[in-house]
Design a protein around this ligand. Structure first.
Ligand code: HEC
Length: 297
């Protein structure tokens, strides 16, 4: 008797929490009737259980009808438990659930929403889902968006050998940047600075000695004027193998401007040398790695 009297205030204090618990529980299970009941009893449609909203939980459980109901009842489709996790769209993409993706996009989900280091479109490409890529692009996703470490959706598609995705992206607004020509500026370059940059940025992966072997990247002795992707011991990407001709100063300029941007699919996943002056100095230094340096233009 005494015990139950003690519990009454406790129970009263818990009534709002009981609502919250009910709607989160129902969303996790995809129980449409229970969600409706909880909402009708006054539960907030975007109430967090301390981590996630009911919509996020419904999508996490893969429950289409529950997610649809919550959106119809006004749920915020872009709510994210944490910036690291991102909104429910990220879950739907990771699951390759095109029905949920379309439901969320039609409900106003931001096609450019992102989680930790990448955008929705990067996740769609990584998960190898052409339909997901199309849905996002049709909803307005930026096809040139970069991950924190500079990877575009096209780079990811080519790197993972997804020709259909790559082809779709190329015909839907991908822009491959072309840096301004630099050949005429090589004569005034600072070769010593170029050597310093090379030591700092490139030498970890590339030997520059005549007899140097292959590291992560090919030996760069005599690289200017050499056939692209032609070192015997090296396994090159299709991106480099498919780029015809010898390394001219302008091709090096284009490549080093941003390998993943200008040569998507490349195995050299580094920022390259985006600064023009530094890039000119590095190219002028590469020119010296030869018994007979190619004449300056
Ligand atoms: C993390 C390792 C890494 C770093 C750092 C790196 N590279 Fe590379 N590099 C590679 C790999 C791997 C390849 C082969 C790429 C491919 O097959 O797609 C490559 C290819 C090249 C090629 C083409 C060579 C050929 O045989 O056709 C050039 C030129 C080049 N790198 C220059 C540079 C320069 C200059 C720097 C510094 C600014 C640099 N790399 C930094 C790994 C690296």
């Amino acid at each position: 008797m005494r015990m139950s009297l003690l519990f009454i205030p406790l129970l009263l204090a818990q009534i709002p929490i009981v609502h919250a618990a009910a709607i989160h529980d129902a969303a996790t299970k995809g129980d449409v009737a229970a969600i409706t009941a909880a909402l009708d009893a006054g539960a907030g449609v975007d109430e967090s259980d301390g981590k996630a909203t009911p919509l996020y939980l419904a999508v996490k459980g893969g429950h289409f009808a529950a997610a649809k109901l919550l959106i119809e009842r006004g749920a915020d489709v872009n709510a994210a438990p944490t910036p690291l996790l991102g909104p429910a769209l990220m879950l739907a993409l990771a699951k390759r659930r095109i029905d949920l993706i379309n439901l969320l996009l039609d409900g106003g989900a931001n096609p450019n929403s992102h989680r930790a280091r990448e955008n929705a479109l990067h996740i769609a490409v990584r998960s190898g889902c052409l339909d997901c890529v199309k849905a996002l692009v049709e909803a307005g996703a930026d096809v040139n968006a970069k991950t924190k470490d500079g990877k575009t959706p096209l780079h990811l598609a080519k790197f993972t050998g997804q020709r259909d995705v790559a082809g779709y992206l190329l015909s839907h607004g991908v822009v491959l940047p072309t840096p301004a020509p630099i050949s005429m500026k090589l004569a005034t370059a600072d070769v010593e600075k170029g050597r310093t940059y090379f030591t700092r940025l490139c030498a970890g992966c590339h030997s520059a000695e005549p007899q140097g072997g292959t590291k992560t990247g090919p030996n760069l002795w005599s690289v200017v004027g050499r056939d692209k992707a032609s070192m015997a011991k090296m396994r090159y990407s299709d991106a480099l193998l498919g780029w015809e001709g010898v390394w001219t100063y302008e091709d090096l300029n284009r490549y080093l401007f941003g390998p993943m941007l200008t040569t998507p699919g490349v195995y050299m996943e580094t920022p390259g040398v985006p600064d023009e002056t530094e890039r000119i100095d590095v190219i002028a230094y590469l020119r010296t790695l030869s018994d007979k340096p190619i004449p300056l233009p």
